[in-house]
Design a protein around this ligand. Structure first.
Ligand code: ZN
Length: 378
């Protein structure tokens, strides 16, 4: 509703509006004042409602922080309720979406956003921050890595989702409609899962659109992680965008993905990388005062090689997350259940170990390690 001076009542309107008290001048003045105050309060409330931002049942007016639930209705399987936070800055600005916990046991990234919820002060912010700190509640509660245990699907592989699909697909659909389509920028937070011994890194999704890529490149550098994977072969079709950040990018909203944390741990260093990176990115986007802390000389990774086990058995790593390896170097081995080595895992190329399997359990075809090949030509 738009309130203008003309919307306030004239004396004549007022006499019709409040006829019982319209017969003496002093009473009229007082009553008119009261009526004006009431209408003014009503108009202010209407303007606040107009300027507020609602996500699920969380509504925040400018200068407010609100929490609530985004409901994913039941379908072929159970409904789910996703916690959401809206931080509506006191000043105007863009809408930034922060999403973690697609993989509910990548704990450091979830705890990082829990911290971001606490530290963001709406009075300081220009624009709006939408936070989804834990997308995959069932994975978190049941301690199931990689997938949503309700339907066995990864919650970062089925975007843009389907209204009539299984829970992961329906949740992805709700996130696409309610979060991606309503934001201007997006960050998707991940980390090493329960079985992944991971060093921190970010993804720069290089689409080929120079203007868009310049923004995502700035975003990734402003976030500050010092190893950056250039991911240029992502799906281009918005209807088959697959990943959350790609769902945003294919809809024209610059988005990046970041990873820190490993093997079920919540290390303060990993959490700090993600929380400080978020605040620095918000400075780059002019949503917070101050200058971003930009990584000046990141290690650019032009290609990621996945090493998969050729045998099932017991896995023994011989390198650590972050180790630099040469092509052919042994990075781990697999024995049978009697201790006999049945497979040696070797680096297919020189690079950095982004993550290596952190537990002895190994099936044929499981990932032993991801190795990032360094490029000097990003
Ligand atoms: Zn993940």
């Amino acid at each position: 509703m738009k309130c203008t001076k003309r919307a306030y009542p004239s004396t004549k309107d007022f006499q019709q509006f409040c006829p019982a008290v319209a017969y003496t001048a002093p009473a009229m003045k007082l009553s008119r004042l009261l009526c004006l105050l009431l209408m003014s309060a009503f108009c202010s409330a209407a303007m606040l409602a107009q300027n507020s931002f609602t996500l699920g049942n969380a509504t925040a007016a400018p200068g407010q922080k609100a929490t609530g639930i985004l409901e994913v209705p039941a379908g072929v399987d159970a409904a789910t309720s996703i916690p959401v936070v809206v931080v509506r800055g006191a000043k105007p600005g863009p809408v930034l979406a922060l999403v973690s916990g697609a993989h509910g046991t990548e704990y450091a990234s979830i705890i990082a956003l829990e911290k971001v919820i606490q530290v963001l002060d709406p009075a300081q912010i220009s624009g709006t921050v939408i936070i989804v700190p834990l997308l995959n509640i069932a994975s978190f509660e049941q301690k199931v890595p990689h997938v949503n245990p309700v339907d066995g699907k990864s919650m970062n592989r089925f975007y843009p989702g389907k209204q009539d699909g299984t829970q992961t697909e329906r949740a992805s659909y709700v996130i696409t409609k309610q979060v991606v389509e309503r934001c201007d920028y997006l960050v998707d937070y991940h980390g090493g899962d329960l079985d992944e011994n991971l060093r921190p890194y970010a993804y720069w999704p290089k689409s080929g659109d120079a203007r868009h890529d310049a923004i995502t490149r700035d975003m990734v550098l402003a976030f500050g992680l010092d190893h950056v994977i250039i991911w240029s072969d992502r799906p281009k079709d918005p209807a088959a965008s697959r990943y959350l950040d790609n769902t945003a990018n294919t809809r024209g909203k610059p988005a990046i993905a970041v990873e820190a944390g490993y093997s079920g741990t919540v290390q303060p260093d990993d959490v700090a990388l993600l929380t400080n990176g978020t605040l620095s990115l918000m400075r780059y986007l002019k949503m917070l005062p101050g200058a971003p802390t930009v990584v000046e000389h990141p290690v650019w990774l032009g290609k990621v090689d996945t090493v998969s086990s050729e045998q099932p058995g017991i896995f023994y790593p011989v390198v650590q997350r972050g180790t630099y390896v040469e092509a052919g170097m042994k990075i781990g081995y697999v024995t049978d259940y009697f201790g006999k080595t049945i497979y040696e895992a070797r680096a297919p190329a020189a690079g950095v170990v982004l993550y290596i399997c952190g537990v002895p359990s190994m099936k044929k075809g499981d990932t032993v390690a991801n190795i990032g090949e360094i490029t000097t030509n990003p």
